[in-house]
Write a protein that binds this ligand. Structure first.
Ligand SMILES: [Zn+2]
Length: 64
């Protein structure tokens, strides 16, 4: 399973920076904070937009 850290993203729960990792689970993008374990799913559009934005910024967007 691929895990990609999101540069510059802030965890909404523990406020840590650069601890959010994006991974794919059952075809759903799941963002998990490796520090506090907080999980956000694709349904959370705000998080998704943040992930997409950051992916483009750091240039690791991989269309599948
Ligand atoms: Zn956290």
């Amino acid at each position: 399973m691929r895990k990609r850290f999101i540069a510059g993203a802030t965890c909404p729960t523990c406020q840590a920076i650069d601890t959010l990792a994006l991974q794919r689970e059952n075809n759903i993008d799941v963002v998990e904070c490796v520090k506090c374990g907080h999980q956000m799913r694709e349904a959370d559009k705000q998080v998704r937009d943040q992930v997409r934005t950051n992916e483009q910024v750091i240039g690791i967007f991989h269309p599948e």
